[in-house]
Design a protein around this ligand. Structure first.
Ligand code: NAP
Length: 495
């Protein structure tokens, strides 16, 4: 009833059964097998990269005017809208996420293609000021073939964030979805190849290559045809990719992990702060790079705020993603649920008090799925492993702070620098703290809100480079400077 895609992968525009090992994808709400997809093999990665290089150089694509590339992106956006319910259900089945969330992610994927089309239409090349008798300009050209590697947490949206600007920039793309969640990326690939064929564009522009990261992902990064890798995932994997890229002198952009602080000052609007803190960590069951997983509360309001928070967290509705009332859906995979549970055990060993949650939910309804109760911990020091390592699950650690300097020092005492939330009525305090915190994105009196027009990326171990925004397409292009001599006289030696 989900209309699962046939057991095929996309190699340079051709759908076929992959020659790699079979991948069993599982519905995390029930533990049942959803589909078995045969992964791409290393040879197929090489074949896809060669096909992509040919497609990128094909005059039908190479000379296509920007407004025609924009037309492609608009058609993809329309195709996503038409298939929205199918894509959302597929993603809910594969990732466990609530349907309300996957519908929003699908809508955001269509929006990303439309925004990028508009940015492409208005991204004019301009003349640069000349310092001699020359006409000078700087132009942007495609890199050629892009390797895009994504994690399992929000596939359709993160796929769109890479595919739209990569195609807008005039490139071909090899996309590797995560091994646990290949289905929605394959379905998106079907839509895009159909649109490419309709517009008589080379279908080899796109490959969707599911498979193990250490095999298929590694082969993509090492392939000599790949001119840039754009990666979203864990910091350790990002480092491995960056090391390989250094050997090829290949640019990379890395969107990595986080352990983001959410800060509640004593004067905050408590209702708003409670709702925002809960949404910031427990939506997506905490499986979000920007999850506000460390809660810093001013000591004078700490006991009341955390007490009220714990009471409300206890009322969050845990259930399958298909139930419209669900607020906390299962985690992506049983193995990941076990890793989250192991972190809570570690927290106990480190001396944490489990204020709520701290186990799988009781009851037969939850026995087969990868569920974990939303959990609030306190009594830990920020130097503990629980506070320093990314858990990527519904686990919040609360910590009191005494003053602004203490807060900034402790919040910044992390290898990560992805996001931060500040809840206060004092706009000057918000400004000061926002400027002092190491984070690529700071939300003030809101959290986890996104605009495709606003650049996104991390500081420190949270990543390199920025996605989105008008300049997002430029990250998929190379800049070239042109000097056009205008003088009638031959060049002189002296300068
Ligand atoms: P991951 O283990 O790093 O995997 C991410 C992707 O990389 C997967 O497709 C994976 O394949 C692949 N991969 C693994 N090893 C590789 C290698 N040696 N070479 C090339 N590719 C390789 O991360 P994850 O557990 O899927 O995702 C969770 C992480 O992503 C968290 O740390 C989260 O914070 C981060 N994230 C960051 C952002 C952001 O924008 N900053 C957004 C979302 C998620 P397999 O599926 O086979 O492992």
């Amino acid at each position: 009833m989900l209309g699962l895609p046939a057991d095929e992968v996309l190699v340079a525009g051709e759908w076929r059964r992959g020659a790699g090992a079979p991948i069993r994808t599982v519905d995390p709400a029930t533990g049942r097998t959803l589909a078995t997809v045969h992964a791409a093999s290393v040879d197929e990665v090489a074949e896809a990269a060669r096909g992509a290089a040919r497609a990128a150089a094909d005059p039908r694509w190479r000379t296509l005017l920007p407004h025609r590339r924009a037309q492609l992106l608009h058609r993809v956006a329309d195709a996503i809208d038409t298939a929205a319910e199918h894509l959302a259900s597929l993603q809910t089945a594969d990732t466990g996420k609530a349907l309300t969330e996957t519908r929003a992610l699908v809508a955001s994927a269509a929006g990303t293609f439309r925004y990028t089309a508009a940015a492409l239409e208005t991204a004019e090349e301009t003349l640069t000021p000349s310092r001699g008798d020359c006409l000078t300009m700087s132009v942007y050209e495609p890199i050629g073939v892009i390797g895009a590697i994504n994690p399992w947490n929000s596939p359709v949206a993160s796929d769109a964030q890479k595919l739209a600007p990569a195609l807008a920039g005039g490139n071909a793309v090899l996309l590797k979805p995560a091994e646990w969640t290949p289905l929605v990326s394959l379905a998106l690939g079907r839509l895009i190849t159909r649109v490419l064929a309709e517009l008589d564009l080379p279908t080899g522009l796109l490959s969707i290559l599911p498979g193990r990261g250490s095999v298929v992902g590694d082969a993509i990064v090492k392939d000599p045809h790949i001119g840039k890798v754009v990666f979203t995932g864990g910091t350790d994997t990002g480092r491995t990719i960056a090391r390989t890229a250094a050997g090829k002198l290949m640019p990379v952009s890395l969107e990595l992990g986080g352990k983001s602080p959410t800060i509640v000052l004593a004067d905050a609007d408590i209702e708003q702060a409670l709702a925002g803190v809960m949404f910031g960590i427990f939506s997506s069951s905490g499986q979000s790079c920007i999850a506000g997983s460390r809660l810093f509360v001013a000591r004078e309001v700490y006991d009341t705020f955390v007490g009220e928070l714990v009471e409300r967290v206890g009322t969050l509705r845990v259930g399958p993603g298909t139930d419209p009332d669900t607020q906390v859906a299962p985690l992506v995979h049983h193995k990941h649920r076990d890793s989250v549970a192991a972190y809570v055990d570690l927290a106990r060993e480190e001396g944490a008090t489990v204020r709520c949650g701290g186990s799988v939910p009781p009851g037969a309804a939850y026995s087969e799925g990868a569920y974990y109760l939303p959990t609030v911990l306190d009594g830990l020091d920020n130097s503990s492993r629980t506070c320093q390592e990314e858990i990527f699950g519904p686990v919040l650690v609360a910590l009191p702070f005494d003053d602004e300097d203490d807060l900034v020092r402790t919040a910044n005492d992390s290898v990560y620098g992805l996001a931060c939330g500040i809840w206060t009525r004092d706009h000057r305090a918000a400004w000061r703290i926002a400027r002092r915190i190491d984070a690529g994105t700071v939300w003030i009196n809101t959290y986890k809100q996104f605009s495709i027009a606003t650049p996104f990326g991390g500081m420190k171990d949270s990543g390199l480079g920025r996605e989105k925004g008008r300049d997002g397409i430029r990250a998929y292009q190379r800049q070239k400077s042109l000097y056009w001599g205008m003088s009638d006289t031959p060049l002189a030696w002296a300068n």
